[in-house]
Design a protein around this ligand. Structure first.
Ligand code: UDP
Length: 503
């Protein structure tokens, strides 16, 4: 008989739902998955997060803090068998692995199925649902072995997922030779969205990594066979796309976001500051230092610039971006991921720029407490690569965006920001900047950067309209996660629906 774990349910003898989260190592997947687990735990479900040690290290602090505050959540580590997977020892951060080892990495993670199943069988309470990152298709077999349902967890928006799904379902690019020729996304009822194959090559398609196509097929099968989908988005942001995806797949969709609001709601400022910060991502500035710096700036005056946890701009691009920021005249916090990995010339450029803009520009060389910075009153705009978490964090903070997509769902997210929501200005990149089949040098010039920044941070009528729109969305985001809100209701529904059947 499963243990009773429900909180706020005094006197009840009902056993609680027990979700097993199988996240991915990439920060953009891992952070929202863990936040979702914490939210479900807040509503009384037990959540067990299973992960290899390097993945667990990135979220250990956050999970431990939640556990100590009384949430029924646990993080269990399973070591990777490097030799069995043909993976070099220690190559276990998916965002740093050389592309040639990528498949071995996913093989190593998939080999965790048997030990995870053994662990879960041996310990009460028995799981009632597996929540798997869509990138872990082997969880189909895990859930089947355990005899429990499996939900796909998407760290992307419903709009991008539905567009991608429809492009494939209706073979929209069939017969289109030129990968830069725009086609209309089929099956969207209320909007005409135009996209190229280069920007939306098919879900996880067109990536020049050996065996990748086979993995993409396996992932698609696993997605089609899922018992439902959890999205880190909120219904009011994209009702027709959430409903559209549910209808297209014939499965239930739960929108539970923005999950970053968990930390603010829980009053857990410390965990928000350290989200995703593992031992390999030591921040160059601490949250307190950043906040002090921001305290000295005018409200809404600071531009935050970051390309997330995977994108690493080319040296030339770093220089053009830096000069564009300088020329814009606006205060900025610029996060340069893995700055130490650049050559001497780029590092010297950054040092000199920092000296020239002293007091006006802060360069963070490494991992930044992004969500904390964005929610500071001094933040006024965000230059983003359009990773969905970053986009949603911008919306939560009520910040208009300069959109600079690089790959994956980012071009569709840009369309969401610029065309659907009207909260962004594009720098005009038309083709993927990383994972290109044929390497092309595409550099956004300093003038383009400056113009886009001025447009978003400036005081013109359109800039004001953008601000008003995104602030209205921020209010809706907050309402969604509060009692009576759509995401709140969906979390409660999940907890109820996946209670043990013999309750
Ligand atoms: N992030 C952060 N500090 C950094 C870089 C990223 O806290 O220096 C967080 C960011 O807040 C977001 C996630 O990492 O929650 C990145 O996800 P996103 O989908 O935006 O982009 P990805 O990294 O997957 O490309």
């Amino acid at each position: 008989q499963p243990a009773t774990l429900g909180r706020g349910d005094a006197g009840s003898t009902k056993a609680a739902a027990h979700f097993v989260f199988v996240p991915l190592n990439e920060q953009g997947h891992l952070i929202p998955a863990v936040d979702t687990a914490l939210l479900l735990a807040t509503h009384g479900a037990l959540c067990t997060i299973v992960a290899p040690p390097s993945t667990a290290a990135r979220v250990r602090h956050t999970v431990d803090a939640a556990r100590h505050s009384g949430l029924p959540v646990r993080l269990v580590e399973f070591p990777l068998d490097y030799a069995a997977a043909g993976l070099p020892e220690g190559a276990d951060h998916a965002d740093r692995i050389e592309p040639r080892y990528m498949m071995s990495y996913y093989r190593a993670v998939a080999l965790l199925r048997a030990p995870i199943e053994r662990y879960l069988r041996a310990r009460a309470p028995y799981p009632t649902c597996v929540v798997s990152d869509f990138f872990n298709p082997w969880t189909t077999e895990l859930a089947a072995g355990l005899g429990v349902p499996r939900l796909s967890f998407f760290c992307m928006c419903a709009f991008s997922i539905l567009c991608q799904h429809n492009l494939e379902r209706f073979h929209a690019f069939a017969g289109v030779e030129d990968s830069n020729e725009p086609v209309v996304v089929p099956g969207l009822e209320t909007r005409r969205v135009v996209v190229t194959r280069a920007q939306a090559p098919g879900f996880l398609r067109g990536i020049p990594i050996p065996e990748w196509e086979a993995l993409a097929d396996y992932i698609e099968r696993a997605r089609a066979e899922a018992d439902g989908v959890i999205f880190n988005t909120f219904l009011e942001l994209e009702p027709e796309y959430a409903a559209g995806y549910a209808a297209a797949r014939g499965m239930k969709v739960w929108t539970v976001g923005p999950v970053s609001l968990y930390h603010q709601q829980a009053g857990a400022a410390a965990t928000l500051a350290s989200r995703g910060k593992g031992n390999n991502d030591t921040p160059a500035v601490d949250a307190a230092g950043c906040l002090r710096w921001l305290d000295g700036r005018d409200p809404g005056s600071v531009l935050y610039v970051s390309f997330g946890s995977i994108v690493q701009p080319e040296p030339k691009q770093v220089v053009e971006l830096g000069l564009g920021l300088e020329a814009s005249g606006h205060p900025f916090v610029w996060v340069v991921r893995n700055a130490g990995g650049y050559d001497e010339a780029v590092r010297a450029f950054l040092d000199e720029l920092e000296a020239r803009v002293a007091g006006r520009g802060l360069i963070v060389r490494g991992w930044a407490p992004q969500a904390v910075i964005l929610s500071h009153a001094a933040a006024g705009g965000f230059v983003t690569h359009c990773g969905w978490n970053s986009m949603l964090e911008a919306i939560v903070a009520g910040l208009p965006v300069v959109t600079w997509p690089h790959f994956a769902d980012q071009f569709l997210n840009e369309k969401m920001a610029v065309e659907v929501l009207g909260i962004g200005v594009s720098v005009g990149v038309k083709e993927p900047l990383i994972y290109q089949a044929v390497k092309k040098e595409i550099v956004v010039g300093r003038d383009v950067v400056e113009a886009a920044v001025r447009s978003v941070m400036g005081g013109g009528e359109e800039a004001e309209r953008r601000r008003r729109r995104v602030r209205a969305l921020a209010a809706k985001a907050r309402a969604a996660v509060q009692e009576g809100g759509s995401s709140h209701a969906n979390l409660l529904d999940l907890v109820k629906r996946f209670e043990p059947r013999d309750n």
